[in-house]
Design a protein around this ligand. Structure first.
Ligand SMILES: [Ca+2]
Ligand SMILES: [Ca+2]
Length: 519
């Protein structure tokens, strides 16, 4: 039972979706929708000799197209750069942060961790280039800073210890502040975002009955495994609020966003039958399979503005992204029969085991504006979402469908029936994809397979280009990993981690009058 529990939690952690940077890409695609879109492979490279135990990467971009990735590694030869905060591995695993230029050159690479295991991370960056990291640690000597909110490790359970929250300087050479967050047993992070005042919002899950909650919080009743939302002051020295979200028995926040008014949006999976749904909820009762929830909480963490069950019978991952003026995209996968579909949907009837869903809410009143399915005849799931502009949604995910809807100008349209490339810890026939959807006109502007991999995270930058990080396979003696590699690749296989960037090239109107190949 103990082993099953550990495996289950490990699986949940592995599958938990990773947050995206809350960059708003207002200038991204002037005229882009009308023109249609095409992408070229800017770079695609193997990165780091990590192993299959390293997982749960995150990625975000900044206004200049720089790419930030985080994860955890057990690599004793991790290529940390000169001047990095930490260059040698501490204990069996550490977290890492790497910043890359838009062309894929490493700006810096650093480790961060204590003498025990750091296990997964979420990353975001602010307007000054400061980097914020939240993750899980088993290390009582994790590098926290004096004067931060909590400098003492609170204890660990079987699968996690405390959450850590770190603000790192833009050069990756020093920690501005670093704090623990947690109780006597397990907690880990599921998202990190910065609000308009520089406060740091952290989401995650805890199993500790003594997890710190603040007065007036939405929820302070502990159950077995509870989602939490916490907000730190800009200097990391005060917990502005901390609340449970529901009285969960197996919940996890996998997507987090903050809007211009500092309202907080969270999504994730739930197995809790009595979440405190609000009057305006889309669905009031727990659905079968992996159900998901969507919540909106005010910036003080004291008012629950929206809580609804959302999409049942899906993969565990659900993600969201907020953009001006008041658009909230929520994506994942579902096989729910009653899942609401709106006009202009790309697809209204589900195909196969489960399809992706793309739902866009009017965030001020949480009314559903647009909702569509997306997928082929097998299982499909979205693992990342960004807005390219308020009417254009970019999603990245994983599919096992050989007929996933692609556009004519897809960079990669082959779906091999047999992939000799995975190492045997991976499932075959899992391909990543990126798709761009015009929700105003209900058109697929771009859709392509990417490489074969286990999980992928994507993040669009201001110019509409798409950075990606993928958990690919290690090369067998005679194969490749099934992932496209550019000529300027930094490293050769065998590795585990793929990293790259698709560069947006708008193409003329007349050449984009074709609809998706398999629509
Ligand atoms: Ca460590
Ligand atoms: Ca703990």
């Amino acid at each position: 039972m103990k082993t099953i529990k550990v495996i289950l939690f490990a699986l949940l952690l592995l599958l938990a979706a990773w947050g995206r940077c809350a960059e708003i890409h207002d200038a991204a695609l002037a005229g882009g929708q009308a023109a249609g879109l095409a992408y070229a492979l800017g770079f695609s490279t193997y990165l780091f000799h990590t192993d299959q135990y390293a997982a749960n990467y995150d990625i975000c971009t900044d206004g200049q197209g720089f790419i930030y990735i985080s994860g955890n590694t057990r690599d004793r030869n991790f290529p940390a750069t000169a001047g990095a905060f930490q260059r040698e591995l501490h204990g069996e695993a550490d977290a890492f942060v790497v910043k890359l230029a838009p062309d894929g050159k490493i700006v810096f690479a650093t480790l961060i961790g204590g003498s025990k295991r750091e296990h997964h991370t979420r990353i975001t960056v602010d307007g000054d280039g400061s980097i914020y990291l939240a993750g899980g640690t088993h290390s009582p000597d994790f590098p926290v800073t004096p004067g931060s909110y909590d400098t003492r490790f609170n204890g660990e359970g079987e699968w996690a210890g405390d959450v850590y929250v770190v603000k790192m300087d833009p050069a990756g050479s020093g920690i501005v502040w670093s704090t623990f967050l947690g109780g006597k047993v397990e907690e880990t992070a599921g998202g990190i975002r910065i609000d308009s005042r520089g406060n740091v919002v952290v989401a995650g899950v805890t199993c500790s009955h003594d997890f710190p909650t603040t007065k007036g919080a939405i929820g302070s009743t502990f159950a077995k495994q509870v989602s939490f939302l916490s907000k730190f002051s800009p200097h990391g020295d005060a917990l502005l609020f901390s609340t449970f979200l529901g009285n969960g028995t197996g919940d996890m926040i996998t997507g987090l966003a903050v809007d211009r008014q500092d309202n907080i949006y969270a999504t994730g999976y739930t197995a809790t039958p009595d979440l405190p749904v609000t009057a305006n909820a889309m669905r009031r009762d727990l659905g079968p399979g992996n159900d998901h929830f969507l919540a909106k909480v005010d910036g003080t963490g004291t008012r629950l503005l929206y809580l609804s069950y959302l999409a049942a019978r899906g993969d565990v991952s659900a993600v969201l992204f907020w953009a001006d003026p008041d658009r909230l995209a929520v994506c994942g996968s579902t096989a729910e029969d009653g899942f609401p579909i709106t006009a202009r949907a790309l697809r209204t009837v589900r195909r196969g085991e489960r399809d992706c869903f793309v739902a866009v809410f009017h965030s001020s009143d949480m009314k559903l504006e647009y909702s569509s399915l997306l997928g082929g005849s097998e299982a499909d799931a979205i693992e990342s979402v960004s807005f390219l502009d308020p009417d254009t949604v970019m999603v990245g995910g994983i599919t096992t469908s050989a007929n996933f809807p692609l556009t004519e100008n897809a960079l990669f349209s082959e779906f091999p029936s047999w992939e000799k490339t995975f190492n045997n810890t991976f499932w075959g026939r899992r391909k990543s994809f990126v798709s761009v959807i015009d929700i105003r006109n209900g058109r697929l502007l771009y859709s392509s397979y990417l490489g074969a991999c286990f999980h992928i995270r994507t993040a669009a930058d201001k110019g509409g280009s798409i950075a990606f990080i993928a958990e690919a396979g290690q090369r067998e003696a005679a194969g490749t990993t099934g992932f496209p590699v550019s000529e300027n690749a930094l490293q050769e296989p065998p590795t585990y981690l793929m990293l790259g960037r698709l560069i947006l090239n708008p193409i003329p109107v007349e050449s984009n009058q074709k609809t998706g190949r398999n629509k």
